[in-house]
Design a protein around this ligand. Structure first.
Ligand code: SF4
Length: 257
């Protein structure tokens, strides 16, 4: 795989044709995530990246990348508002798997954002805050890439129900790879336990879905796992994942953060 990466670095990577993508999608849909990752490496490295928020699904992918020594860049959208437990997990994962998780940060730190937009923007305008601290940095992280990898699963939210393993992103020329899209919550946790993958201790304290500290609260038994994100607001998504181009070979695709 290292040789493949070296070869890939020495060449530009063309965007796949609809026929090529349809063939790959048919081959990989609902299959082994490692096969999907290896296909992406062979086809797109080094213009390939994993967006990691240190949630359970992303940790499965980091574990697979580390164990199989796949040359895939990993980044996280560091909003400056992570829980301390998330920051500690970030360092632990890097040490455990010998990977670097690159911090992609907003243009403004929290003090500059407060000066420009007022304090605690997330309380008054969470969509604006997510746009500044997540969506814009994501665009920068994906600039120059041919493919990005996410840990979304179809049963997480209605918006993700039509996501495919391989699909065109709404961004022209970009492919979106969702290797765990067909996995269940139990599939993910079985993998994490089997491979002794470190996870966020907040999961044991009632936080099934963890984002920025100001916008994440514990969830009571029986509540939907996403209820703790932007509790009390109609907002359910960061805006990182949007519907992929419809009508393109792999299918409708799409999802949400
Ligand atoms: S999750 Fe909350 S704090 Fe984080 S970027 Fe979005 S609105 Fe801001």
């Amino acid at each position: 795989m290292a040789d493949a990466a070296a070869r890939a670095r020495s060449r530009d990577v063309d965007a796949p044709t609809d026929d090529e993508l349809a063939g790959a999608a048919a081959l990989l849909e609902g299959g082994d995530p490692v096969a999907a990752l290896e296909w992406a490496v062979a086809r797109f490295a080094p213009h390939l990246t994993l967006a990691c928020s240190f949630g359970p699904e992303d940790l499965v992918l980091v574990e697979l990348i580390g164990r199989h020594r796949l040359p895939i860049e990993i980044f996280t959208l560091d909003t400056g508002l992570f829980f301390p437990e998330t920051v500690a997990l970030w360092r632990e994962v890097e040490a455990r798997y010998g990977v670097k998780v690159r911090a992609v940060r907003p243009a403004q730190d929290l003090a500059a954002q407060a000066d420009a937009h007022g304090p605690e923007l997330w309380r008054r305008a969470p969509d604006r805050c997510c746009h500044l601290r997540k969506v814009v940095p994501l665009e920068a992280a994906l600039a120059g890439k041919r493919a990005w990898i996410t840990g979304i699963r179809r049963d997480q939210t209605p918006d993700r129900a039509t996501a495919r393993t391989v699909e065109r992103d709404r961004r022209p020329g970009l492919i979106k790879l969702n290797p765990l899209v067909h996995w269940s919550h139990d599939d993910v946790w079985a993998h994490l336990y089997l491979h002794d993958v470190p996870t966020n201790p907040l999961h044991q304290r009632g936080y099934p879905s963890i984002g920025c500290a100001p916008c994440t609260s514990p969830v009571a038994a029986g509540e939907d796992p996403r209820t703790g994100r932007w509790r009390g607001s109609v907002k359910t998504e960061c805006g990182l994942h949007v519907v992929a181009d419809p009508g393109v070979a792999p299918g409708p695709g799409g999802g949400a953060a």
